[in-house]
Ligand binder design. Structure first.
Ligand SMILES: [Fe+2]
Length: 137
């Protein structure tokens, strides 16, 4: 399973969101490393738990930002978050029943990166820039 690399192309320009995205990448990589090492289940469980809690907190940060900044795509974006939450909680459930998550986590993270962080989240950057331009003019 490849390591996920942070790139400046993912930056929204919204400091709190960018900082959390970076930590999310780091945590995903911790989980990938734990799988690679074949760590005992309690260790994988501990990283998975952190990832779940952090993901939930981060999605809330984004939703709060969108609400506070009158983002017009809030509802659509929020639905993508809800779908992600369901998938992450499903991973935990599958882990609990002993399913090998290696491939499932890779696919979920790759999809999330490609379609959400590199797509929907970047739309927040455009909104943020537009607001900054309005304020400046
Ligand atoms: Fe998002």
């Amino acid at each position: 399973m490849p390591t996920i690399h942070w790139s400046s192309r993912y930056e929204t320009g919204i400091p709190e969101i960018d900082q959390e995205h970076r930590l999310l990448f780091d945590t995903m990589n911790d989980l990938i490393a734990a799988f690679r090492r074949g760590d005992p289940r309690p260790e994988v469980r501990s990283v998975l738990d952190f990832l779940v809690n952090y993901t939930m907190g981060h999605l809330q940060t984004e939703e709060d930002w969108m609400r506070d900044h009158g983002y017009p795509g809030l509802e659509t974006h929020r639905l993508e978050h809800e779908a992600m939450k369901v998938q992450v909680l499903d991973l935990v459930h599958q882990f609990e029943v002993g399913v090998d998550l290696t491939m499932k986590v890779t696919v979920l993270m790759a999809d999330w990166l490609q379609y959400h962080v590199d797509g929907s989240d970047l739309a927040l950057a455009e909104h943020s820039r537009a607001l900054a331009e309005e304020t400046a003019s």
